[in-house]
Design a binder for this molecule. Structure first.
Ligand code: AMP
Length: 695
């Protein structure tokens, strides 16, 4: 039996827990008999001091202090300097972790090596890797890292007998906010999605009190007390205390001394709530954005679990009552739940499920967590005038997971071909607004004379949410060498127009037009959605734009042309029967032609239909106009579709496919494969007619 611990490595406070003989998670106290250890380090001539004493020194104005460094985890440019040494956030976390390890060993009376450490769900690749590394430096065998809200749900779920419920974990800590929605069943904790803001936390509430107090003082004495750093530090502590007091009573008094003047101000709960209402609203916006993204609403939420010290502010519970009509869930301590969940997971990882009856309830619930950031790569837009983030793996996909995406590359004779991919995490279109997480250089690519080589790049997220990348050349099936290289410091070029290169694949513009008439309801719709998603996965989005159109009695775009798999998946998920009528009165060609007008060849329309359209001659006429413009049309039909008509609207008979529902995905795959591999357009933009179906 291994002694293992769970560590909640917090921004402001950290906590440790372990599982006792009976299988129960217990929080361990530190040398000061406290459950929470301040995440603060005081550097002096001797060894660094961690915890309450360091926090006191900070309050007294001591300057050799490191705090809030969790916010800078994984940031290569963050560095603090104490006594001739530089410390990264990872180094500082290692010092804190070492102290927590020692506290656990003192409490348990045994050596502790194995641990599960928690991280905010929004932590990106670099932050996760830095956390694992910090654990190792502290002498810990890091069994895994898990997301804080998931850990809280493990601790909470253990007490629950209910069969299935959807819970929202609202985690407001000292410096961060996370919202996670998950489904708890008797054998699984499945995370449906997560969102957050790592610059929003209790500290922002403190800042409002500081500013309010300073303003009162200035009104009374005509000087700004914050100009003095000592007063500021003092006020920092007083404001936090005042905030905590307002969690227990209606009014509190804050005093402040500056320049020989002493001000005393009474702050009421209602003023405090007014001063900070926009902060709470910001959390509401993030919660609702997540609900929207995973297509749930407040009424689907069975309960809200509060985690993080700042959820002690009564305004949080009050707001949750307003939104859900019920009190937040009880049963876990907001400060302890995360460490306890981590301890349970550590015990399970190291020792396997326990036999004891008591735990049969759910200790071995499987965890299915998600990745909280979209993964993308730097690509050029359709007219090669700027760089953008082409999202290839949308956020909120389950981990561990693996996704393979094609990438086209024109090679030169000889085997010295390389491909460089700059990977991004984040949702923004502009690469510099995302986290640049790595430069991956693939080498050993064999020359392919006529067409672009297709490199199938596999991105895997391990269960820690850390990325692993590998690639194969499709034609040779050989695995390529991959080198992860330092991210260049100079990245301003990402905001400039890309430099011209001669051998780049032509940018392909493609509209998928889906018939959403009444007959598509049920399985046809579902299969079409699967097929369309599969198609998106197989298109090289660094060199292609895809748009989604739905039609029935009306025509509507469900996603404008883009190079972003996340938007496309979202668009596909949104397809609903009835949204554009139930009949077959509309045709997609007029609008698709308009949309594609501004773009250069190669341009494609892929139409999927299962029925007979009201005005076929008109559709054929409009399709002909597209063809005259050089737009290729691929028509796919099944069920009640008219084969002859498919051939009339398609660019060639070979581009008209009549298939059945179970082969729909295969048909779309075939098209994707031909589009990716044929090198349509080519470096000199030759416009080749495609032969999609060779059956
Ligand atoms: P955590 O990062 O989860 O440890 O949360 C720390 C944050 O919770 C800090 O901003 C604290 O000021 C805040 N906090 C702790 N206790 C209370 C309380 N009773 N009322 C309001 N905020 C609190």
């Amino acid at each position: 039996m291994h002694t293992t611990i769970g560590i909640d490595l917090g921004t402001t406070f950290s906590a440790i827990a372990s599982v006792d003989q009976t299988g129960r998670a217990v929080v361990l106290k530190n040398e000061n008999d406290e459950v929470l250890t301040p995440s603060v380090i005081w550097f002096n001539e001797d060894s660094p001091v961690v915890g309450a004493e360091a926090k006191e020194m900070q309050a007294m104005g001591e300057e050799e202090i490191a705090s809030f460094f969790k916010r800078s985890m994984g940031d290569p440019y963050f560095s603090l300097h104490f006594f001739d040494k530089d410390y990264s956030a990872q180094d500082l976390s290692a010092i804190l972790l070492k102290k927590l390890k020692a506290s656990a060993e003192a409490a348990l009376g045994t050596v502790v090596e194995k641990a599960v450490i928690t991280v905010p769900a929004y932590f990106n690749n670099a932050q996760r890797e830095a956390t694992i590394e910090a654990g190792r430096t502290a002498g810990l065998d890091v069994l895994r890292i898990i997301n804080e809200p998931t850990a809280a749900a493990i601790a909470f779920g253990l007490n629950q007998q209910v069969n299935e419920q959807t819970i929202l974990v609202y985690d407001l800590g000292g410096g961060t906010f996370d919202v996670t929605i998950m489904q708890l069943t008797s054998d699984e904790i499945r995370v449906l999605g997560t969102d957050g803001d790592h610059e929003l936390g209790g500290k922002n509430w403190d800042d409002r009190i500081i500013n309010w107090t300073a303003q009162q003082f200035e009104e009374e004495f005509g000087v700004d007390p914050l100009s003095d750093s000592l007063t500021f530090n003092e006020l920092l502590v007083r404001a936090e205390n005042a905030k905590k007091q307002l969690s227990a009573r209606d009014v509190t008094r804050i005093s402040i001394t500056h320049g020989g003047e002493k001000g005393k101000y009474d702050l009421s709960v209602s003023t405090f709530e007014e001063l900070t209402s926009d902060l709470l609203e910001r959390t509401q916006m993030l919660v609702e954005r997540l609900l929207d993204e995973i297509r749930l609403s407040w009424k689907d939420i069975d309960g809200v679990l509060l985690v993080g010290g700042s959820t002690r502010m009564p305004m949080v519970a009050k707001w949750i009552r307003e939104m859900t009509g019920q009190d937040p869930l009880r049963g876990v301590n907001v400060d302890e739940a995360v460490a306890m969940g981590a301890a349970l997971q550590a015990d399970l990882d190291a020792n396997g499920p326990r036999k004891s009856e008591m735990l049969s309830l759910g200790s071995s619930r499987k965890i299915r967590d998600v990745m909280s950031h979209s993964l993308g790569l730097v690509a050029e837009n359709e007219d090669r005038s700027r760089y953008l983030n082409s999202i290839i793996i949308p956020k909120n996909l389950p981990i561990p997971s693996e996704e393979t995406r094609p990438y086209q590359l024109y090679t030169r004779p000889g085997n010295r071909n390389e491909m460089e991919v700059l990977m991004l995490q984040g949702e923004n279109v502009r690469p510099l607004d995302c986290q640049i997480i790595g430069r991956y250089v693939f080498s050993g690519i064999e020359h392919e004379p006529d067409k672009p080589a297709i490199l199938d790049v596999t991105y895997a997220y391990d269960s820690n949410g850390v990325i692993q990348v590998k690639a194969r050349q499709r034609r040779t099936a050989a695995e390529l060498e991959v080198q992860v290289e330092a991210i260049p410091e100079e990245l301003d070029w990402l905001d400039l127009p890309p430099t011209e290169r001669d051998t780049i694949p032509a940018h392909l513009s493609l509209i998928i037009a889906i018939d959403l008439s009444g007959s598509m309801s049920g399985s046809p719709l579902q299969k079409s959605q699967e097929a369309a998603k599969d198609f998106v996965r197989q298109i090289d989005l660094a060199n292609s734009s895809v748009g989604l159109m739905v039609f029935s009695d009306k025509v509507q775009m469900s996603q404008e042309l883009c190079q972003n798999a996340k938007s496309l998946f979202h668009g596909i998920d949104g397809w609903t029967i009835g949204s554009v009528g139930y009949g077959n009165a509309a045709q997609p060609f007029t609008e698709a032609r308009n949309l594609l007008a501004a773009r250069e060849d190669p341009r494609f329309i892929i139409v999927l239909t299962d029925g007979i359209w009201y005005d076929q001659p008109k559709a054929i006429q409009e399709a002909d106009k597209c063809k005259a413009d050089g737009i290729e049309i691929i028509a796919i039909g099944f069920s009640g579709a008219d084969r002859k008509f498919l051939e009339q609207i398609a660019t060639s008979d070979a581009n008209a496919l009549y298939t059945n529902l179970s082969d729909l995905t295969a048909s779309f795959s075939k098209i994707a494969q031909v589009l990716t591999e044929s090198g349509v357009g080519g470096p000199e933009k030759k416009h080749g007619k495609l032969r999609i179906f060779s059956k």
